[in-house]
Design a protein around this ligand. Sequence first.
Ligand SMILES: Cc1ncc(COP(=O)(O)O)c(C=O)c1O
Length: 391
Amino acid sequence: MDELQEKGSPKSVILKELKNRLQKDLTYNSGKNLGSMCAYPHPFAKQIYAEFIEKNLGDPGLFPATAEFEKEVVQMIGSLLSHPEAVGHIVSGGTEANILAMWAARNQGNKERHEIVAPESVHLSIEKSADLLNLRLIKVKLDDSFRMNLEEAKRKISAKTCAIIGVAGTTGLGVVDPIAELSEVAVSNNIPLHVDAAFGGFVLTFLKELGFNVPDFDFQLQGVSSITVDPHKMGLAPIPAGGIVFRNPTTMKAVAKRVTYLAGGETDQTTLLGTRPGASCIAVWALLKHLGRDGYRSRVKRCMDLTIELADEIEKIEGIGLVARPTLNMAGIESREVKVEALAGELRKRGWAIALFPGYIRIVVMPHTRFGHIEDFVKDLKNTVKKLRGR
Ligand SMILES: Cc1ncc(COP(=O)(O)O)c(C=O)c1O
């Protein structure tokens, strides 16, 4: 048990303790972290974040310049998603972004509309949203390619539906739901379609520009009303930096609350949080300006090239296989011969941080992942599978 001491300790003593104790945390450059969707932040973003740490986006009257940067970040992200006029916010992460989207959709619809329709692969944050907002989450089964089953989705949509949710880069496999078809359904039923591109938002457009065959998922599709896209995942921004962008200001304003007590004067707040870290947003702004499309595209290419190499190697290992060929920089490993839980356990014993999903192990290849890390992982994977198969 720790307690607050009467007298403070010198900085050097505290720093020493911090450095010592934090050694337990896995570092990104160890290459052992193949299970997280968060990126090691770009050094420039880290520098900017530290420099403007005191900014509070919750009081835009006091920090008008910071609020302008938020608008510009949203416009830049909007332009990446085919709608530079987008409005929205830099928030704490994909969870908050999804909650905001569901909150706006619920408030915009009439009182009879209290159901949301989402694929079984939807992120947990949509379940949290349903719980918090008193919405009924109706899950739709997946098809053979792990995408939301369109016909079943159509059957489950009704006059009670206030939002359809499609995922552009599922948490487990990085799969993209049939967003174009869902958009048509959304338009013809006059229901907003929310796209959760928390991970895929900073990948898919660049993959398309690189010539990969990726489906449409953004505001080009008329039914898409809002998109979650997280700078602290493939955007390389420091945590916390999630993003929510809306096609129309009226959707976002459906959650507006008047705040009267702020030092900078009254404002309409359209976020869940009050006080918000302006430094996160300024760091994202700086990073988008610094890297440009070209900077992101080259990083996405590296990640995807490495993912394809990893996928090819996995397919060569007897006893395991890929759940599906990767769409994004993620790969799922399954097996009919060994238990994936046992495989994950053995790999973790060897220091690998990997994510376990029902029936498969997920590997995420992030910009901090190097070729050597993948080589080492494949070696350990081969040996572990061999050991578990008993040969
Ligand atoms: C598709 C998707 N949406 C939302 C989230 C939640 O993001 P966060 O952990 O930043 O709240 C995740 C996280 O993995 C995700 O994969």
